[in-house]
Design a protein around this ligand. Structure first.
Ligand SMILES: [Fe+2]
Ligand SMILES: [Fe+2]
Length: 376
């Protein structure tokens, strides 16, 4: 027999976080009489009382929304649905074996090696470290979708690795033995581990500051720069007619990542506003500098030998340009790399599949299932 005491929310088996506890603790206790359905009187949730973090409203009640934009992110995310099995990889197998140079294989393998480790890290960050700290359900709903998408991305890389026939042990362990790949992973892991604690008290100013900087790093740099620009070397192969299946897979991922970055930046700005937080300019400067240093080492490793149509200078120039864009989106006072120009002017178009069609394959790459999407 079920033993659910509906009259006493504190006894609810679905209590999830301390936010739930704070949400329920002020609810008046209910008088129970035997053989009578308990009557409960709970005040309706006022959406204006919701907060991104440190909120006390009912985390299980989706609407009315305080953050309707978050719900729209969820709806838009569901318009970009695919699986890696939908995309024809046959030509990629041929290209990898017979067309790529050794230098191009080096680029392809190391980009995949970095990405697959990174996306698992991204999944753990949003699902384990960020989502539980949100106190408005409309934010958690999109983040739940984001967790799924990060897992889908990992499946996509695994599908590419399997299809091409790469040595899985070697590819997956590469970040453990190549310092230039390891450096980026270690940097992100350090930030993640600093907020991956259930005992964090976000009413503490230092803890709050650290959490916001970490979320900012993941949204604006890890996803907004490293991922956004991280697919570019393979897009450069695609532009020469090589590895087009892999590149198409990465275009779908890129669309997700643009949304992840935009959403995260918006959440970070909302927290700063609600908590009246003053960010330490040095912490932000350090974030850009260490990310750029790690990206420089990584880029010089994957592109240590030049390939046709792409170079380390182009990659790093685009990083600086995109970093400035993210700083603007965050509303920061200054650009991290003043005056940096786009060195890959075609990159933004890669995020827009509607302009790209594979005329030589049976399938049109327009896979959007709903209305027009805006990405940034
Ligand atoms: Fe991802
Ligand atoms: Fe992501």
């Amino acid at each position: 027999m079920l033993d659910l005491n509906w009259g006493d929310p504190l006894a609810s088996p679905v209590r999830q976080t301390d936010n739930d506890y704070r949400a329920y603790k002020d609810i008046p206790q209910v008088e129970e009489k035997q053989n009578e359905t308990p009557k409960i009187r709970m005040a309706p949730v006022n959406p204006e009382d919701k907060r991104v973090i440190n909120g006390h409203t009912d985390i299980n009640q989706l609407a009315p929304f305080k953050y309707p934009w978050a719900w729209n992110f969820f709806l838009n995310a569901n318009k970009n649905h695919w699986t890696p099995l939908d995309i024809n990889m046959a030509q990629d197998v041929h290209d990898y074996r017979y067309k790529l140079t050794l230098e191009e294989r080096h680029v392809y393998e190391n980009v995949l090696s970095y990405l697959t480790t990174s996306d698992i890290l991204a999944m753990r960050n949003i699902g384990l470290a960020v989502m539980e700290k949100m106190s408005a359900p409309e934010l958690q709903i999109y983040q739940a979708r984001q967790v799924y998408e990060e897992a889908l991305h990992t499946w996509t890389y695994q599908h590419c690795i399997e299809t091409i026939g790469l040595n899985q042990s070697e590819i997956y362990n590469r970040y453990r033995v190549v310092p230039e790949i390891h450096q980026k992973i270690a940097l992100a892991n350090r930030r993640l581990n600093s907020v991956l604690r259930s005992d964090i008290d976000l009413t503490d100013p230092d803890e709050l500051h650290n959490f916001v900087i970490s979320y900012m790093f993941f949204a604006a740099i890890f996803e907004g720069c490293w991922f956004y620009n991280g697919f570019s070397p393979i897009f450069a192969l695609q532009r020469r007619g090589l590895m087009k299946g892999t590149a198409e897979q990465l275009q779908y991922i890129m669309r997700d990542e643009v949304m992840h970055a935009s959403f995260g930046i918006r959440v970070v700005k909302q927290i700063i506003h609600e908590e009246k937080l003053k960010l330490d300019p040095k912490a932000i400067r350090d974030m850009w500098d260490e990310s750029y240093a790690a990206e420089t080492a990584y880029t010089n490793y994957i592109l240590k030998d030049p390939i046709l149509g792409y170079s380390a200078e182009m990659h790093l120039g685009q990083f600086r340009h995109i970093a400035n864009r993210r700083a603007h989106q965050l509303g920061l006072d200054s650009e991290p790399f003043p005056g940096a120009e786009a060195t890959l002017p075609w990159l933004d178009e890669q995020a827009n599949l509607r302009k790209e069609k594979n005329f030589f394959e049976t399938r049109v790459t327009e896979y959007q299932t709903g209305g027009a999407l805006t990405w940034e």
